[in-house]
Design a protein around this ligand. Structure first.
Ligand SMILES: Cc1cc2nc3c(=O)[nH]c(=O)nc-3n(C[C@H](O)[C@H](O)[C@H](O)COP(=O)(O)OP(=O)(O)OC[C@H]3O[C@@H](n4cnc5c(N)ncnc54)[C@H](O)[C@@H]3O)c2cc1C
Length: 421
């Protein structure tokens, strides 16, 4: 699609990830007369991929993605159990009810969402990098680079769905997600794996595996899986080294990878900073990873960011239709998303701080206690996207407190270390 110089549009969206595309789709669905443009810097939506694709089905359905489409075009596997493995190899597992957790082809999801926002009336401009944004005389001005050309665009409402670095939002004075809580990650998609359960995803904890975060094994079928790790930013220079060690030295994983080959490698930053305090300005809304709308415990952000993207699209269209003044509408967006998600996201943020700097012996104890106090019973029907309060309720049970009391000093130490960062 060709973009005219000096074009004036109603709503501009930066980034065609799930949050941006869903914002565009919702605004177009609410009012098909609006001119809406989504700018994506990459040549293709959804590529390069930086995701493991493990997602709660319920949350995805709440984004308005049809179950049939998910099953036929986007989903690659169904997960029935999640196993949590301690540094000493002990583990507990949580069984999920049928099809509650699915593994997706993330590129297909992003492309499907972008296409559905186009069908609703939004225009998507790939290979368009938004270089600069400024607010001037009640309009946002965007400087956009496409190849060697730079163009100016004006819009009434700007939605930034630019991902966790949030460079542009930061450039106009908004706080962005705390960059010290973006965990560098590398993941391989491997083929030729043996000796694993194709319907069980696993998380591996420990300072030799993935200091600060965890390693994961997410099966795609009987012989393939996504295997990755994220580490705390102080170890960022050694991320690949940790992954190689995990693949070839970890007592469980090395048995599976003996004859396996990587067919793909992805990198990225797992967002674990927690929700951003202020996510709007005059005629401006911040959504998705850029607003810290992801789970700090696991780094998952597709469903919550996507839901908030829809809210931003809804309020953007209401502002243009004059149901709200620009400032009222943007403020209402923040009020709505915070009332839906901020308490849960904040609990997850504090949990992340409490567990990021634990020594291995504490991890071993925590996993043993979780198993003996039947964490699986407490968590198996918890909403995967909103698991913060479920975990807190579980941890506050008298039997858990009694068994976990001796770990309190080390958990507190990790928590305070986390806060100093
Ligand atoms: C290794 C890894 C594994 C993950 N696994 C999971 C998982 O299993 N489940 C889950 O739910 N989440 C997972 N996540 C998190 C998930 O990927 C994010 O939460 C999600 O992508 C956020 O969507 P978004 O639309 O806010 O941002 P993004 O998906 O990051 O999209 C932002 C888009 O904006 C574009 N952009 C940025 N700046 C500009 C600019 N200046 N001009 C134009 N375009 C721009 C980018 O190219 C990008 O396409 C994982 C993340 C990583 C790194």
């Amino acid at each position: 699609m060709v973009l005219r110089e000096q074009k004036k549009i109603d709503i501009a969206i930066i980034g065609a990830g799930p949050s941006g595309s869903l914002a565009g789709r919702q605004a177009s669905v609410n009012n098909s007369d609006l001119s809406i443009a989504i700018f994506e810097e990459h040549k293709q939506v959804g590529s390069p991929t930086h995701c493991s694709g493990l997602i709660a089905l319920e949350g995805l359905l709440n984004l308005g993605v049809n179950r049939n489409i998910i099953q036929k075009k986007i989903m690659v596997n169904e997960i029935k159990r999640a196993r949590f493995v301690a540094p000493n190899g002990n583990s507990f597992q949580i069984d999920r009810k049928n099809d509650s957790l699915v593994v997706l082809n993330r590129k297909s999801l992003d492309q499907y969402l972008a296409m559905s926002s186009e069908r609703a009336g939004a225009s998507i401009y790939t290979n368009h990098h938004v270089k600069e944004i400024n607010f001037d005389r009640n309009k946002w001005k965007l400087l956009i680079r496409q190849g060697k050309n730079t163009k100016k665009i004006f819009c009434d409402i700007l939605i930034s769905a630019e991902g966790s670095k949030a460079r542009l939002a930061h450039s106009v004075g908004l706080y962005r997600p705390n960059q010290n809580w973006l965990f560098p990650a590398i993941q391989y998609e491997m083929k030729g794996l043996v000796d694993f359960e194709p319907d069980c995803s696993e998380l591996f904890f420990g300072n030799n595996v993935a200091p600060g975060f965890f390693g994961w094994f997410i099966p795609l079928n009987e012989e393939s899986a996504r295997i990755g790790i994220a580490v705390s930013p102080v170890h960022s220079g050694k991320t690949r080294l940790y992954l190689e060690k995990f693949l070839h030295k970890h007592s469980v994983i090395k048995m599976r990878t003996k004859k396996a080959k990587p067919v793909n490698s992805y990198g990225g930053f797992v967002p674990a900073s927690g929700p951003v305090k202020k996510t709007f300005l005059e005629q401006f809304m911040l959504v998705g990873d850029a607003a810290g709308q992801s789970k700090a415990t696991t780094g998952g952000g597709v469903n919550i960011g996507g839901y908030c993207g829809r809210l931003a699209g809804k309020y953007a269209s209401k502002i243009i239709s004059k149901d709200f003044t620009p400032l009222q509408g943007c403020r209402e967006y923040q009020k709505q998303w915070k009332s839906c998600f901020e308490p849960e996201l904040s609990i997850m943020k504090y949990l992340r701080r409490a567990i990021s700097y634990l020594p291995d012996n504490v991890w071993n104890d925590l996993i043993r206690i979780a198993k003996t106090t039947q964490i699986d019973n407490s968590m198996k029907s918890t909403d995967i996207d909103l698991h913060g309060s479920g975990l807190l309720r579980y941890a506050l049970q008298p039997k858990v407190i009694t068994k976990g009391l001796k770990l309190t000093p080390q958990v507190c130490l990790s928590f305070f270390r986390g806060f100093l960062i």
